[in-house]
Design a protein around this ligand. Structure first.
Ligand code: AMP
Ligand code: MN
Ligand code: MN
Ligand code: MN
Length: 287
């Protein structure tokens, strides 16, 4: 049986393993296929791409894009995207700049609340200076002994609806789907169970969603069944992965959630079909 994990973070966003460490570990546990899906960037994928052949691991191009829909924080996994696509690159640049601007505002809010934290510390914590995530805030606060547990940062300060939380600047879901498609990729709704409102799924399908991440560590058996049914009803591809972050999310272990090979094959088939349907002129103009 092939071992496949399509949701992994590296130090290029808020994971604690470098792409090389991911590949080494993936090799040790005999993975055949992985996707590095760092938040709002393709740098983790690009870095791993240089090494993947040596490790004899199939690497699916990926990223996890943040956006909002009806006030829900939703994450769109983009698979098979062309990282050189102009519109995709512009979107990632916008999202990354928005993350930095938001971090500056969150630092101000935390300072007002008496938490002594600085952009300098955040930059030291994040290897990729362009992708500052709330996970970096939590790590710095833990190092500064301003919280007892990592998750306290989210419960008390930076979680949604907490006093130092600021929303990110994002694109609308329909623009995200359009750009992913235009960059030759497929859009998959990450961890739908975390959104806790399944009515968004058919609405997102209308806007251009291609698939659901059903095999996810936090999903219950019941949720899996519901999502498998919805995937059938709306003709969606099915993916899965661990959402591995390394030391900051100890419950999401690498390889704890594997995707069966037939689902990966379906994903590839859908991707090839969609690729054929994009006109050569449009493709030329977008690259
Ligand atoms: P951001 O994309 O900057 O809003 O940060 C979100 C990231 O923070 C997620 O991708 C997780 O890595 C992390 N995160 C969010 N909520 C929690 C939580 N309750 N416990 C641990 N990590 C969390
Ligand atoms: Mn994360
Ligand atoms: Mn996510
Ligand atoms: Mn993720």
């Amino acid at each position: 049986m092939k071992k496949i994990d399509l949701h992994i973070h590296t130090t290029f966003s808020d994971g604690s393993y470098t792409p090389k460490q991911i590949l080494q570990t993936a090799k040790e546990i005999e993975f055949s296929t992985i996707s590095i899906t760092d938040h709002d960037c393709v740098d983790g994928y690009l870095s791993a791409k240089k090494l993947a052949k040596k490790y004899k691991i199939e690497l699916i191009p990926g990223t996890e894009i943040s956006c909002y829909y009806r006030d829900y924080d939703i994450h769109i996994l983009a698979y098979f995207i062309n990282p050189k696509n102009k519109e995709l690159k512009n979107m990632l640049k916008f999202l990354q700049k928005g993350r930095t601007e938001r971090a500056i505002k969150m630092v101000e809010k935390l300072n007002e609340l008496g938490i002594d934290i600085s952009m300098k510390q955040l930059y030291e914590e994040s290897k990729n200076k362009n992708v500052i995530s709330r996970a970096h805030f939590a790590s710095v606060m833990l190092k500064n002994a301003q919280i007892k547990k990592y998750t306290d940062a989210f419960y008390n300060y930076i979680g949604n609806n907490c006093p130092a939380h600021i929303r990110k600047s994002t694109y609308s879901p329909s623009d995200v789907f359009r750009i992913i498609r235009q960059a030759g990729g497929l859009s998959v709704l990450a961890h739908p169970g975390i959104i806790k409102n399944d009515f968004v799924i058919p609405e997102l399908v209308k806007l251009g969603l291609d698939g659901l991440e059903i095999f996810y560590p936090l999903h219950t058996f019941y949720q899996k069944d519901v999502y498998l049914e919805l995937a059938k009803r709306y003709d969606l591809v099915i993916t899965g992965g661990s959402d591995f972050h390394g030391k900051t999310r100890v419950d999401n272990r690498l390889g704890m959630m594997l995707l069966k090979e037939n689902y990966l094959e379906n994903l590839k088939t859908k991707w090839r079909m969609e690729k054929k349907s994009v006109s050569p002129l449009k493709k030329f103009l977008s690259n």
